[in-house]
Design a protein around this ligand. Structure first.
Ligand code: DGL
Length: 247
């Protein structure tokens, strides 16, 4: 299987990491729209327009599947992408909703959804979880974590101050949805803040769980061919990919 992974920038590499760990694909073509990141502060129409352009880009490759690693795009543009793509398109929000439901032991447990402003405004996670009977939900836009992670700050004072800024008056959840590509990189710090009992929902793991349920994988690929494309400075993307994915 040859697939495309789309993100607004570099964050989607956290999803690629999970895909590689599970050896699901023969080839992954990654496209990060680094020239126009962040999407999380943009409006719906712009996000949809950029997402359709990404589908057009992927038409240069004969793909079997497109994975939308970006939560913001998954929240707004999945149906439009499906209309213009010639292969299936799956997104991390739907997968994250199912992974959250699987992780919780009852419908009253408290869920805290983190994401960009756009993802939180879309209420995509709440809508999906409500439909499954989960009502004890709170969402918080925590966009400051995006540039912090881009600065490769994964611990320390700045991060602690930001946690305090966002969460000092937030009740501890039973599950925390890392509803943004960048947040898995600070998952240790978030786990430390919210405590060991809090279940963290990671988009990469969620999409693997989802794919293994929806598709048949007849073999594991010990080596996946990786191709990286970016709308700006592809070398910077490749350098970060090498670091994050250890290849
Ligand atoms: N990739 C985005 C997401 O997962 C975060 C960065 C952005 O705002 O574009 O929502």
């Amino acid at each position: 299987m040859k697939i495309g992974v789309f993100d607004s920038g570099i964050g989607g590499l956290t999803v690629v990491k999970s895909l590689l760990e599970h050896k699901l694909f023969e080839e992954i073509v990654y496209f990060g729209d680094t020239a126009r990141v962040p999407y999380g502060v943009k409006d719906k129409n712009t996000i949809i327009r950029y997402a359709i352009e990404a589908v057009e880009f992927f038409k240069n490759f004969e793909l079997d599947l497109i994975i939308v690693a970006c939560n913001t795009v998954s929240a707004y543009a999945l149906s439009e992408m499906r209309e213009s793509a010639s292969c299936p398109v799956v997104g991390v929000v739907e997968a994250g909703i199912l992974a959250t439901a699987n992780a919780l032991s009852n419908k009253h447990e408290r869920v805290l959804i983190l994401g960009t402003k756009a993802t939180v405004n879309s209420k995509a996670y709440e809508t999906g979880l409500n439909a499954l009977g989960y009502e004890n939900l709170q969402a918080k836009a925590t966009g400051l974590f995006v540039p912090i992670v881009e600065e490769e700050i994964y611990e320390g004072e700045i991060l602690q101050a930001t946690l305090k800024h966002y969460f000092s008056s937030v009740a501890k959840p039973d599950a925390l949805i890392l509803g943004c590509t960048h947040f898995p990189l600070i998952s240790d710090v978030l786990q430390g803040y919210f405590g060991k009992k809090c279940k963290l929902i990671h988009s990469g793991d969620a999409i693997v769980e989802y794919l293994e349920k929806e598709f048949v994988f007849s073999q594991k690929y010990e080596k996946t061919q990786l191709k990286f494309f970016a709308s700006e400075n592809p070398d910077a993307l490749k350098t970060i990919a090498k670091k994050w994915l250890n290849f």
